[in-house]
Design a protein around this ligand. Structure first.
Ligand code: ADP
Ligand code: MG
Length: 238
């Protein structure tokens, strides 16, 4: 334990919450399957970034996580890699419809970047990802969602439009990510986020990532996450 505490300190990792899994040092430590290890290597990722070292084992353990680390620190893979494992762990993948992993991001650019990152790792398993954001034809998006997918990466407004159009159902959704939560707040998406969260089963795993953690974001996180582990890397402002 002392050694774990010192290792965290050396990486400027702060954690709070009960029974926090220890940080990993390598991707091998995460127990990823060979296909996923190959996809990681193909990306040129040699070892986990600091936030990945601590967030990956916690997310893989099934816990809810509040992850705070600056832009460019590799937060995306911290939730995308465990999402692939989560999806592959589902029994009888084909029986139901609708996404298993749902990722919300504040802007279409961010949603698109996450979509690309998710696709790189999903491909090896034949997992289907769809991007849902403004600026694309609603009819085309409706058709794509109707054809089925395991992952949806979306901006909140457009995802709500698609839910209203019954382009998808959330019955299978058990892994929810709110990325760049601070920016989603700044852009006024709190009502949409609450609406989306309310449509996903309460026994889901919920992850919230942000570069900063203002009070109002922390409050929302405490409301919609269950016994979260909070992971902070470096000095982070509120
Ligand atoms: P954040 O969401 O924290 O702003 P990103 O997830 O967008 O950061 O990652 C920033 C960059 O780092 C991306 O180009 C990504 O491909 C790269 N990256 C992520 N993880 C690793 C890693 N383990 N090794 C090398 N590069 C990585
Ligand atoms: Mg990011």
């Amino acid at each position: 334990e002392q050694e774990v505490a010192e290792y965290r300190k050396s990486l400027a990792i702060c954690v709070s919450g009960f029974d926090v899994p220890r940080p990993v040092k390598t991707f091998e430590d995460c127990g990823f399957a060979p296909e996923l290890m190959r996809a990681i290597a193909k990306q040129g990722y040699e070892k986990p970034t600091t936030i990945q070292c601590q967030a990956l084992p916690i997310v893989l353990s099934g816990r809810d996580v509040i992850g705070i680390a600056k832009t460019g620190s590799g937060k995306t893979a911290s939730f995308v890699l465990p999402m692939i494992v989560h999806i592959m762990d589902q029994p009888e993948l084909q029986k139901e419809e609708g996404p298993i992993g749902v990722i919300c991001a504040p802007t279409r650019e961010l949603a698109h970047q996450i979509f690309l990152e998710a696709k790189k790792f999903a491909k090896a398993y034949g997992i289907r990802a769809s991007a849902v954001y403004g600026g694309m034809s609603k009819l085309d998006q409706f058709k794509e969602l109707k054809a089925g997918c395991e992952i949806v990466v979306a901006t909140p407004g457009r995802l709500i439009d698609m839910l209203k159009m019954k382009a998808l159902t959330m019955t299978r959704a058990t892994y929810l990510v709110l990325d760049e939560a601070d920016r989603m707040f700044d852009l006024g998406f709190e009502p949409q986020i609450r609406s989306i969260v309310g449509q996903i089963r309460p026994d889901r795993q919920t992850l919230l990532f942000s570069a900063t953690m203002p009070r109002k974001v922390e409050k929302l996180a405490r409301e919609i996450l269950s016994d979260p582990v909070r992971v902070t890397v470096g000095e982070v402002g509120t």
